[in-house]
Ligand binder design. Structure first.
Ligand code: SF4
Ligand code: SF4
Length: 406
């Protein structure tokens, strides 16, 4: 379609002064390719090291031998500042310190927090070294995401003996000093994980404000394990809808209900794309300065989207494609492509085994959650909520820090 100015003016009008043409022409349409970051917020996820002091059996950084591969930072704080100034100026920036175990490079975290005091900060940690952090740092965290696998037995089976107690003890020590919230982040790998252990994390551990879980991206969905997980989900969802005066703080259910009741909330911060932000505004910086959208795909050269030292950034290459099944899916309006890594491996790379054993079972569980939520009439429930609870469903800051979808 010709531009509007060309419709208004024939060739003879070409001589009109430029300022007149500019006044008549509509402003150029926003072009998301000009700005690699969609929208006004950006999450700068800084991997302080790829070392870790634990050896969790399912660690996603084990893929492509990423874990432990970089222990030194290859860029300095001035290079980071130059990158921020060139690509992120004017945006609301929040930093997530990530790893490996990020607290193993506390010096870098301190440097960044002192240099950019106006940013928001989040820490993703295994929780074992939290008691080493000084009070001023704890006070500056808007959220601390603590990886834990459920109850004591489940966690210790994956992470090593005594880890659950150590983490819970550390949380007890620090939680009064944390400025923001503490979120237990559960990778739901074990099909025998029970309702009771997730419920305990969400409600009985005083230091924990929210529980977020994600379904493990590994081949752990055989036999009756889907049915076992569904049975736990039914109970979690029943409990979620059982009260209107207080919130059962399970982030995936909060986010799914929000997206169902107020669909624009699920789209506005993510340009309608995945809620984990990898397609829009997640800038994931490795210790060597290379930038990737998804922390689980830093081994894939085709995913590289920038570099700190040479100061370049392009739009995330991890975007929906027509080969992915989402648009025809019953869950699409609120799920919005859940995990782009899974979809990319399953439907672009055509890894059939991964698709069958990981992607499809997770999608089945997501769709199951949607149907269970609908059984509880989320619109009616939302309309009966105390306003303070309603505000948490609509506006909780935690949505910016986790993937929301499971
Ligand atoms: S459930 Fe699976 S297929 Fe459906 S929208 Fe979500 S990611 Fe896509
Ligand atoms: S949910 Fe997003 S960030 Fe997490 S693995 Fe999937 S694509 Fe990557």
């Amino acid at each position: 379609m010709p531009c509007i100015a060309a419709q208004f003016f024939g060739p003879e009008e070409k001589t009109l002064p430029t300022h007149t043409l500019e006044a008549i022409r509509p402003a150029p349409a926003p072009d998301s390719d000009i700005d690699p970051i969609a929208g006004n917020r950006v999450e700068l996820q800084l991997l302080t090291t790829l070392k870790c002091n634990l050896k969790c059996t399912y660690c996603s950084l084990g893929v492509g031998e990423v874990l432990g591969s970089q222990t030194e930072l290859k860029y300095d704080i001035d290079q980071l500042a130059a990158f921020v100034e060139k690509h992120l100026a004017g945006k609301e920036i929040y930093v997530t310190f990530y790893g490996g175990e990020p607290t193993l490079n506390q010096k870098m975290m301190q440097q960044v927090m002192r240099r950019f005091p106006e940013f928001r900060y989040q820490l993703q940690t295994n929780g074992t070294l939290l008691d080493d952090l000084p009070d001023w740092m704890l006070a500056r965290f808007s959220n601390i995401l603590v990886s834990i696998d459920g109850g004591e037995q489940t966690t210790d089976d994956y992470r090593g003996r005594g880890i659950w107690r150590k983490v819970i003890r550390n949380l007890g020590h620090i939680h009064e000093r944390v400025g923001g919230t503490i979120t237990a982040r559960v990778t739901w790998g074990n099909p025998d994980t029970s309702f009771e252990e997730l419920d305990e994390l969400a409600t009985a551990i005083e230091a924990v404000d929210y529980l977020y879980w994600q379904f493990v991206a590994d081949e752990m969905y055989g036999g009756d394990s889907l049915e076992k997980r569904k049975a736990v989900l039914v109970r979690l969802i029943d409990k979620f809808f059982s009260r209107t005066d207080t919130l059962y703080p399970l982030v995936p259910l909060m986010g799914i209900v929000r997206n169902k009741v107020l669909p624009t909330r699920g789209r506005e911060l993510y340009a309608g794309l995945t809620q984990c932000r990898v397609s829009t505004h997640l800038v994931n910086v490795m210790p060597n300065g290379e930038i990737f959208p998804c922390p689980d795909m830093m081994y894939a050269a085709e995913m590289k989207m920038g570099e700190i030292q040479s100061n370049w950034l392009k739009k995330s290459p991890l975007q929906p494609t027509t080969s992915m099944p989402c648009e025809g899916c019953e869950a699409f309006s609120w799920c919005r492509c859940n995990c782009m890594k899974n979809l990319y491996l399953g439907y672009v790379k055509n890894d059939e085994r991964y698709r069958r054993n990981v992607v499809e079972p997770i999608c089945e569980l997501v769709k199951f959650i949607g149907r269970e939520v609908d059984r509880h009439d989320p619109h009616g429930w939302f309309s009966r909520l105390a306003l303070s609870v309603r505000k948490q469903i609509t506006d909780a800051e935690i949505y910016e820090y986790v993937e929301i979808m499971p």
